[in-house]
Design a protein around this ligand. Structure first.
Ligand SMILES: [Zn+2]
Length: 151
């Protein structure tokens, strides 16, 4: 079966503080964060002429339009402890972003499934979150897990 995975990368500057950490992350500090949004699918628009999305799973520009407002509203140049209402480790930020982006892709009806959201906290430390139930449901138009996948 054909499968395409597309990744769009977003960058933002933001501060956070891990108050319970037993090291230097307990201090207020900032990062140049990188967020990698990966979507997938098994069908692309047939590559016919005169159709703007021909040969594409989803237009990178549409992915950017869906995700950029989230970056602008909650992430870029913010203190993440305040804007996200979570304990802002990379793991929690990736999970928060996944569900936020998943909701937005569904709302806009983009023809792809959100596979994962990666958060790079530094050049050498990164985390990737995915929600397995969503991936299991891929290909099912209803978005619900197939009968044999419920167990
Ligand atoms: Zn940090």
């Amino acid at each position: 079966m054909d499968t395409w995975l597309l990744t769009k990368t977003f960058r933002f500057e933001a501060a956070h503080r891990l108050t319970e950490h037993d090291g230097k992350c307990a201090r207020l500090h900032g990062h140049s964060w990188v967020m990698r949004v990966t979507v997938g699918g098994e069908r692309i628009k047939p590559p016919k002429m005169r159709e703007p999305k021909s040969g594409m799973l989803v237009d990178y520009a549409d992915l950017k339009s869906a995700v950029s407002p989230i970056v602008e509203k909650y992430l870029d140049h913010y203190y993440l402890n305040e804007t996200l209402n979570i304990y802002p480790t990379s793991e929690e930020i990736a999970k928060w972003a996944y569900h936020k982006i998943h909701f937005e892709l569904s709302r806009l009806g983009l023809p792809c499934v959100l596979e994962s959201v990666g958060i790079d906290e530094t050049c050498t430390s990164s985390c990737r979150y995915s929600y397995q139930a969503e991936i299991a449901a891929r290909g099912d138009e209803s978005g619900l897990p197939k009968e044999d996948e419920k167990k």
